[in-house]
Ligand binder design. Structure first.
Ligand SMILES: NC(=O)c1ccc[n+]([C@@H]2O[C@H](COP(=O)([O-])OP(=O)(O)OC[C@H]3O[C@@H](n4cnc5c(N)ncnc54)[C@H](O)[C@@H]3O)[C@@H](O)[C@H]2O)c1
Length: 450
C-alpha cells in the first residue's frame, strides 16, 4: 500500500533519475504535528487595488503566522483581490503576485481573497470569476508541495460592510499544515448564516476548539472515519464512534485508543436515529456521515441489490438520519453536519454508476439543506469530497489504476485519511458559521472532474 514512488523521488539518485525521465516529482507534504502546528515562515499580505473588505489583517493574525508586507521567503501569501471589479483590475493581481511567487517557500500556501461574482454587474462578475481560472492554473504550476486557493467573502449583504472576520477559521485552516492535500479549491463563505443569528461562537481554547461538544462519526472503525474521530478528539470533542456490529472488535480498539465511546450500529437500521439520540443524551454538536461502501459493476451487469445497497448506505441513510436528528433537536444550535461525497460524484467513474450517483446525491443534499438548516436550526451542512486517499478501499484497486490515481493530481501523490479528517475538523470549528453548503475536494487538485 505504501507509495514507493514517493519514497524513491525522496532519494538523490531517485530524484535524478525521475527528473531525467521527465516523471512526476511529488514533494513530501508536511502535515500538522503537535510540535509543528504552523507553517515555517512569515505570511506576506498583499492587496490588488483597493480592498472591498475590512478586518483582513486581524483575521490573518489568527493564523499564528507573522503577518508582513515584505518577506524574502514567505511561507504563505494572501492576496486580497476583493476589490477587483474590472478586467483592467486583473492587472493588479499579476502585478502583486508575479514578483513574489518564486520566493514562496516549499510547501507554501497562496490564498486569494475574492468576492462573489455579481448577478447585476457583468464586469465585476467577469473579473471575480477570472480569479477562479487564475487560482486553478497557479495550483497546477506552482509545484514543490505548495497549494493555491480562492476564498470568496460576500461583500454585498453584510450590514456595515463586509468584514473578513467570518473568514477566520477558513484562513486558519488554509494557511496551516492541516490543509496539505487541499489545492485549487474555491470556498464561498456565506453571510446568510451570520444573518440568521446562529452566531459565530468564539473559540475559548484554540488548542481544543471542540471542548464541550459531542461528535458522532459513522464508519469510524477504520480508514478515514477513524482518522476523523481521532482529529475531532484531538480538538477536544467527546467522540462517539459508530460502525456496523460486524466491525465491533476493530471499532472498540479504535474507540479505546481515542478515549471515545463505541456505538456498534448499522446506520441503515430503521431505528438508527433513535439509537444515536439515545447515545447522545445532551445532543450532538457535530455529526459526521462518513460510512460508505462500494459495489462496483458496469450498469449492464449491475443487479438491483448492488445498486440499492450503495444508495441505501451512502445516501438514503444520510438523508433519513439527518432529517430525524434535526427534527428531534438532537443536533444542537451551532451544530455542524459534515457528509462525505467523493470526486467520483463530481467526475463519474467506470463501474461506479451506483457509487457516483450516491456521492453526487450528497452534494445535492448539502447545497439544498445548508441554507435552510442554518436558518431553521442554526446548523451548517457541508461535505468533503475525497480524491485518492490511501486506505484499505484504495489498496484493493489494481496496481496500474492505483498508480494513475496517485499521480493524476497537482501534488502527484495520494492523500492520507488525516487530510480528509482535517477538512472535517475545519467545518466543525465553532467559528466556521459562515462555511455552509460547501463541498471541499480533498484531492490534491485531482485532474478528474476538474
Ligand atoms: N478512500 C478513498 O480514496 C475515498 C475516496 C472518496 C470517498 N471516500 C469515502 O470516504 C468514506 C470512508 O472511506 P474509507 O476509504 O475510509 O472506507 P473504509 O471501507 O475503509 O471504511 C468505511 C467504514 O464504514 C463502515 N460502514 C459501512 N457500511 C456501514 C453501515 N451500514 N453502518 C455503519 N458503518 C458502515 C465500514 O464498516 C467501515 O469501517 C466513504 O464514504 C467513502 O465512500 C473514500
Amino acid at each position: 500500500m505504501a507509495d514507493r514512488y514517493l519514497h524513491l523521488t525522496g532519494t538523490p539518485p531517485g530524484r535524478f533519475l525521475t527528473r531525467r525521465l521527465g516523471l512526476p516529482q511529488p514533494a513530501p507534504l508536511r502535515r500538522w504535528t503537535l510540535e509543528t502546528p504552523h507553517l515555517d515562515g512569515p505570511l506576506l499580505h498583499l492587496t490588488a487595488g483597493a480592498s472591498a473588505v475590512t478586518g483582513v489583517a486581524e483575521a490573518l493574525r489568527t493564523s499564528g503566522l507573522t503577518v508582513t508586507e515584505r518577506a524574502d521567503r514567505p511561507a504563505a501569501i494572501v492576496l486580497d483581490a476583493t476589490g477587483v471589479a474590472t478586467a483592467a483590475g486583473l492587472g493588479d493581481v499579476h502585478a502583486a503576485l508575479h514578483p513574489v511567487v518564486r520566493s514562496l517557500a516549499p510547501g507554501g500556501r497562496i490564498v486569494v481573497l475574492g468576492t462573489v461574482p455579481s448577478p447585476d454587474d457583468h464586469h465585476q462578475a467577469a473579473a471575480q470569476q477570472a480569479l477562479e481560472g487564475f487560482v486553478r492554473s497557479l495550483g497546477k504550476e506552482i509545484g514543490r508541495g505548495s497549494t493555491v486557493q480562492l476564498v470568496r467573502i460576500p461583500v454585498a449583504r453584510i450590514p456595515g460592510g463586509a468584514n473578513a472576520h467570518a473568514a477566520g477559521s477558513t484562513l486558519r485552516f488554509l494557511l496551516s499544515p492541516r490543509s496539505a492535500y487541499v489545492s485549487g479549491q474555491v470556498i464561498e463563505l456565506t453571510s446568510a448564516a451570520l444573518d440568521s443569528g446562529s452566531g459565530s461562537d468564539p473559540v475559548a481554547d484554540p488548542a481544543a476548539p471542540l471542548t464541550g461538544r459531542t461528535a458522532l462519526v459513522t464508519g469510524a472503525a477504520r480508514g478515514i472515519g477513524a482518522a476523523v474521530a481521532s482529529v475531532l478528539a484531538r480538538d477536544g470533542a467527546r467522540v462517539i464512534a459508530l460502525d456496523v456490529p460486524g466491525a465491533r472488535e476493530e471499532l472498540e480498539r479504535t474507540a479505546d485508543r481515542l478515549g471515545a465511546t463505541a456505538l456498534p450500529l448499522d446506520i441503515t437500521a430503521p431505528d438508527a436515529a433513535d439509537r444515536i439520540a439515545a447515545a447522545a443524551p445532551d445532543g450532538l454538536g457535530v455529526l459526521v456521515h462518513n460510512a460508505g461502501i462500494t459495489r462496483d459493476r458496469r450498469l449492464a451487469n449491475m443487479p438491483a441489490d448492488r445498486w440499492a445497497s450503495v444508495i441505501e448506505v451512502n445516501l438514503d441513510s444520510v438523508l433519513r438520519t439527518t432529517d430525524e436528528l434535526l427534527k428531534a433537536g438532537t443536533i444542537t444550535r451551532g451544530g455542524r453536519i459534515v457528509a462525505t461525497a467523493s470526486i467520483a460524484g463530481i467526475a463519474g467513474n467506470t463501474g461506479q454508476t451506483n457509487y457516483a450517483a450516491s456521492k453526487a446525491g450528497i452534494i445535492g443534499l448539502v447545497r439544498s439543506l445548508g441554507p435552510r438548516a442554518a436558518a431553521e436550526h442554526g446548523v451548517t451542512v457541508n461535505a468533503v469530497a475525497p480524491g485518492f486517499i490511501e486506505t484499505k478501499m484504495t489498496a484493493a484497486v489494481p496496481l496500474f489504476i492505483r498508480e494513475a490515481g496517485r499521480r493524476m493530481n497537482s501534488l502527484s501523490q495520494g492523500g492520507l485519511p488525516v487530510d480528509v479528517a482535517e477538512a472535517v475538523a475545519w467545518f466543525a470549528q465553532p467559528d466556521s458559521t459562515a462555511v455552509n453548503g460547501q463541498v471541499l475536494r480533498v484531492c490534491g487538485q485531482s485532474l478528474l472532474g476538474a
